[in-house]
Design a binder for this molecule. Structure first.
Ligand SMILES: [Zn+2]
Length: 213
């Protein structure tokens, strides 16, 4: 994981033969590591767990892809649209969970979690896995509550999340700061929402284990 090997050699490598969205996402991901490092400094980054560092870079990669494809008005090329019929001519529109929106992430791929994406986006995994493509029990990386924002729309924005990521040292720290920021922003109690929101991330085991560093 050392993404800066010394002061003159930022270790950013991007391979070819990847989808364009991948290249964009990876470039943003690695640049975000450099920005994170620059902002908080070496001592702090050395005392920050990979859960925070990679979770944040995962968000920035995702954010850059969403922003660029939206700007170019080609967002439908990034994700596969899915229309869910409610009957009576009523429909809901989704994007299929995919590797780009991280709604379908691997519990084995432990530190690259969508924790900051889930605090930001409007995709409701609970609804998706319960009503659209039912799966019981829920996949163990699905969030029992994935609508922590009012109505599920962008609970916290990118700037608020960056402040949280840069100030967090580990998973507990990041989740607590998300909790506090939500209560402050929306002026209501988020204890139960956050208890459920935490479950998928707390299944990831001991983040101090060197294998995750
Ligand atoms: Zn990374």
């Amino acid at each position: 994981m050392p993404f800066v090997t010394n002061s003159t050699d930022p270790d950013i490598k991007i391979g070819c033969r990847r989808a364009v969205a991948d290249l964009l996402g990876i470039a943003a991901h690695e640049t975000s590591h450099a920005a994170h490092y620059y902002h908080v400094g070496r001592n702090t980054i050395n005392n920050t767990t990979a859960f925070v560092i990679e979770g944040w870079a995962t968000f920035v990669g995702y954010y850059a892809q969403e922003a660029e494809y939206s700007d170019l008005n080609i967002h439908s090329y990034l994700h596969t649209p899915y229309t869910h019929s409610l009957g009576y001519g009523m429909q809901l529109y989704f994007k299929e969970p995919d590797a780009f929106n991280y709604q379908s992430w691997s519990g084995g791929n432990r530190v690259y979690t969508p924790v900051f994406i889930d605090a930001y986006d409007d995709f409701d995994q609970t609804y998706w896995y319960t009503y659209v493509k039912p799966r019981q029990p829920l996949p163990n990386t699905a969030l029992p509550v994935d609508q922590i924002g009012q109505g599920g729309f962008g609970a916290l924005n990118a700037s608020e999340l960056q402040t949280i990521a840069f100030a967090s040292r580990n998973r507990a720290d990041a989740l607590n700061k998300i909790h506090i920021a939500l209560e402050r922003k929306y002026n209501r109690d988020y204890d139960e929402d956050m208890r459920l929101f935490r479950i998928a991330y707390e299944r990831l085991g001991d983040e101090s284990n060197p294998m995750y560093q």
